[in-house]
Design a protein around this ligand. Structure first.
Ligand code: DGY
Length: 320
């Protein structure tokens, strides 16, 4: 008998075809997120699962899924999975590193340019029929070229963002808890500074750290207060790293000039006060969402699932 697996949300047809060659597949192609109880019920007789960031995998769920051997997340971030609880339950957990770095970096640049040069605000103005003529001081924004880019978190995605800054001839600074080797700094053209120097020197601050209890509200009122009043804050990492209430207060007061955000506290139920602000560009957690990259992410997760249930050695195992 083939192992039984659950695909918790809609995926590409070729990913399902691939899985069906190996497994007895149940899939939620209607794409309605499972409630925690419904997910536990659907997984109670399964050997493996292809999950996404809306699926919470924790000790309570694992206790109800005695056959489960592996959970393969279609994302590089995995804060929806309690990895320790998986290890305690003897369940493998995997993610999809590497395949989404460039697309996420590209999108970070879309947010940088849109927020600094007020693209979405100006577009809304044109669409609303408000454009009556050219003006010298219309939608004045901040230059990106030759500005100082501060990168909080110079991992794979942060590095891809830094490499793209070369074309804009920027001064690139970064902060990490531990300074990176000189060859990495050189390849990125990035100089190490401490956290508070990064905050105070950046014209554009972009955040690329994973979410965990250690990074919860890492950028809050005290940190934003160190930034320049002309600064732009970009966040396409994970909701929870920025304190959105503090950011809203800062954007309202002019503590900083603008923000470009792809991720939010409690998404998708974002703080409604964001909607009242013109100086914020917002997108619905789509930084990795190019057709090719989302397909590659889903296929890599499927390959992890096949490897886990056939060899016990998935390539992107989080809890070896
Ligand atoms: C990831 O891979 O962690 C992304 O946030 C998913 O879109």
């Amino acid at each position: 008998m083939k192992p039984r697996v659950l695909v918790t949300r809609e995926v590409f047809a070729e990913v399902l075809d691939y899985l069906e060659r190996h497994f007895d597949v149940s899939s939620n192609q209607a794409d309605q997120p499972f409630s925690p109880d419904a997910l536990a019920k659907a997984l109670s007789d399964k050997d493996g699962a292809l999950t996404v960031l809306t699926d919470r995998i924790d000790a309570g769920l694992l206790a109800k899924c005695p056959k489960l051997k592996v959970v393969c997340n279609i994302a590089v971030g995995y804060n929806n999975i309690d990895v320790k609880a998986c290890s305690d339950a003897g369940v493998m957990a995997t993610n999809t590193p590497g395949v989404l770095d460039d697309s996420t970096a590209d999108f970070t640049w879309a947010l940088i340019l849109a927020a600094a040069r007020r693209v979405t605000e100006a577009e809304a103005y044109v669409r609303a029929g408000e454009w009556k003529g050219w003006k010298l001081k219309q939608f004045l924004g901040a230059d990106v070229h030759h500005a100082t880019l501060g990168i909080l978190g110079l991992g794979r995605i942060g590095q891809a963002v830094a490499r793209r800054a070369r074309g804009f001839e920027m001064n690139v600074l970064y902060h990490e808890p531990k300074r990176l080797p000189a060859d990495v700094e050189k390849a990125c053209g990035a100089a190490y500074v401490n956290f508070y120097e990064l905050l105070s020197r950046a014209d554009i601050l972009t955040i690329h750290v994973p979410y965990s209890s250690a990074t919860h509200h890492l950028v809050g009122a005290a940190q934003i207060a160190k930034m320049k009043p002309t600064a732009v804050l970009i966040h396409a990492a994970r909701g929870g790293v920025v304190d959105d209430a503090a950011l809203i207060a800062a954007l309202r007061r002019g503590t900083i000039a603008a923000a470009g955000l792809d991720v939010f506290d409690n998404e998708p139920a974002l703080n409604p006060d964001f909607l009242k602000l013109a100086n914020v560009v917002m997108t619905p957690h789509i930084a990795s969402s190019s057709t090719a990259t989302r397909r590659n992410m889903a296929m890599l997760a499927a390959e992890n699932l096949v490897a886990a249930l056939t060899t016990g050695k998935p390539p992107n195992l989080l809890n070896p």
